[in-house]
Design a protein around this ligand. Structure first.
Ligand SMILES: [Fe+2]
Ligand SMILES: [Fe+2]
Length: 330
């Protein structure tokens, strides 16, 4: 590199560092370190994949919703998740990522999505518990991301969080209704809570001492709190909600610690988390196969959309040329 180019690179890097230090946003046109770009693409893609795969466990219940009202609510929720996915793929594209490439990485297992969506949904109570716990955990994770240093991601998060908060409330309202119902309905809610509690705690990722990327992500303003901080926040927020609902969280070690001002809770089974991440959860193969089939089945839509866009572009070009000719002869 020449001295001049060297100086320019230093200037760009200094500008990036200053933007981060002042808690301002990095925008797509700005210079950024390759590692920052790659980390952002990976995080946004993983988030987008989670939204899209996350449609499956609940989408599974749309045709079996217990009433027209519940069906309408569930369709709206699942549709929101599709919207979140599309929004996030667009944010990844501002970093130069290619959407088709991201999808290829998802279906070939080279990019991950949240481990929680590899668990089955066995009863309608699962729809409520997913809204309450899974969307609840997502909110804890995502509210701080509204201040992420990457502008398009931070702005996408603002809208997404508003919708996640609707999802959380619809889940809680569904569970409240079931808890006022029959003994069998109450048992369904308790069973769903038992199955989803621990996997929800895993959504915050490995413990801080086993999370090697946290320090760099915090320094870059990509992450605002550590995994353990967010997990604690979620537990503290959820325990009183469980009490109001009348369900027991499946953890005998769950107790208020007045010294810490937080709830203490038992050990998460990290071996299970690792196994699910590696592809050995109860539904990994099914989720990915279903996503791949949907992508393959949608090929004709993408082809038709591309053909229409090409036709439109050709028409626009012809109209522009016609305009120029008329101006020339005028
Ligand atoms: Fe979502
Ligand atoms: Fe959601």
């Amino acid at each position: 590199m020449t001295a001049l180019a060297d100086g320019r690179a230093g200037e760009l890097e200094a500008h990036f560092d200053e933007t981060i230090a002042r808690d301002r946003r990095i925008e797509p046109r700005d210079w950024m370190p390759d590692h920052y770009r790659a980390t952002m693409i990976r995080q946004i893609a993983q988030h987008a994949h989670s939204e899209i795969i996350g449609m499956q466990p609940e989408g599974n219940w749309i045709t079996r919703a217990p009433s027209l009202r519940r069906k309408a609510v569930l369709i709206a929720k699942v549709q929101d998740e599709a919207g979140h996915g599309m929004y996030l793929y667009s944010a990844a594209e501002t970093l130069g990522a290619d959407r088709a490439d991201l999808t290829a990485k998802l279906v070939s297992g080279r990019q991950k999505y949240s481990s929680i969506f590899n668990y089955p949904t066995l009863t309608y109570a699962d729809v409520g518990v997913i809204g309450w716990l899974v969307d609840g955990a997502a909110i804890c994770n995502q509210v701080p991301l509204c201040r992420s240093s990457y502008g398009p991601y931070a702005r996408a998060m603002v809208r997404i969080c508003k919708e996640e908060s609707f999802h959380q409330r619809q889940g809680y309202e569904l569970l409240m209704t079931m808890m006022r119902g029959s003994e069998a309905q109450r048992a369904m809610v308790q069973d769903a809570t038992n199955r989803f509690w621990w996997p929800s705690l895993m959504m915050f990722g490995p413990p801080d001492d086993q999370s090697p990327n946290t320090a760099q992500s915090m320094a870059w303003g990509i992450k605002r709190h550590t995994n353990d901080e967010l997990r604690q926040r979620f537990v503290d927020m959820t325990v009183p909600q469980a009490g109001k609902l009348g369900v027991t969280l499946p953890d005998p070690d769950l107790t208020w610690n007045s010294e810490r001002g937080h709830y203490d809770f038992g050990a998460v089974d990290w071996a299970e988390f690792t196994a699910v991440l590696k592809g050995n959860g109860p539904c990994n193969a099914q989720r990915v196969a279903q996503r791949k089939a949907a992508h393959d089945d949608g090929a004709w839509v993408r082809e038709a959309a591309a053909a229409r866009a090409a036709k439109q572009a050709a028409r626009d070009r012809a109209a522009r040329e016609q305009d120029t000719r008329e101006q020339d002869t005028a």
